[in-house]
Ligand binder design. Structure first.
Ligand code: BEZ
Length: 212
């Protein structure tokens, strides 16, 4: 069954390039980004994994752990990681799940038979510290994902959780944000947004980004 927003991310135990992983235990109190890719030794995936490794500090700043998945076994992952490190000028610093038995692929609905019977699709899940799924995306195999966009969504989710604001179209860190419609109490609004807000409409209230 497909995974929907708000679902608890299914737990699993699986091998990886960094040993056996019990997923929920491995996540601990962190946010998680679980992303699948079609196969080892494929060009787009090589660039995606290299770029994710380079974002290590950005993920750490946001308390996020990354974990990749493909249906190839551990020994293949280990050889491929050497290639990624060499060609992308980095060091892969996160585990790649070796889902050769497709246990995780089935749990997360990562094989789409009309795309391919055997390869996993390019899906990604953002999981919060309560293990809830907060973002799902699925890209075609031929299109590499924009990992800056993943960070942008995580920033938006964390702003919502911490400050009761939402982020408008094309929002970038530092831009004005939107006060969530459910927040009506003027005292709380004053306390939360000491820089004030402007109401373009009663339902469209803009305020400077509170954590800036
Ligand atoms: C890949 O690199 O994963 C890929 C590239 C083109 C088509 C399908 C997959």
């Amino acid at each position: 069954m497909s995974i929907r927003l708000g679902d608890i991310a299914p737990d699993f135990e699986q091998d990886s390039s960094e040993g056996r992983i019990r997923f929920h235990e491995w996540l601990s109190d962190s946010w998680g980004v679980l992303f699948s890719h079609p196969a080892d030794f494929t060009p787009v995936c090589t660039t995606e994994l290299g770029f994710t490794a380079k974002l290590k500090d950005e993920f750490a700043k946001r308390n996020v752990k990354a974990i990749a998945l493909s249906v190839d076994p551990v020994d293949s992952h280990i050889k491929w990681i050497d290639d990624i490190n060499e060609t992308q000028n980095t060091r892969v610093n996160f585990p790649i799940l070796a889902d050769a038995d497709r246990k995780v692929s089935e749990l997360y609905d990562l094989i789409h038979p009309n795309a391919s019977d055997t390869l996993t699709v390019r899906s990604l899940f953002v999981i919060d510290p309560n293990k809830k799924v907060r973002l799902t995306i699925t890209y075609p195999a031929s299109t590499g994902r924009n990992f800056h966009e993943i960070l942008r969504v995580i920033d938006s989710l964390q702003l919502t959780d911490n400050h009761k604001v939402a982020t408008p179209a094309n929002w970038q860190d530092g831009d004005e944000v939107v006060i969530v419609p459910s927040l009506k109490d003027e005292e709380e609004i004053k306390q939360r947004f000491p820089k004030g807000y402007r109401a373009v409409k009663p339902y469209l209230r803009l305020t400077p980004q509170p954590n800036r």
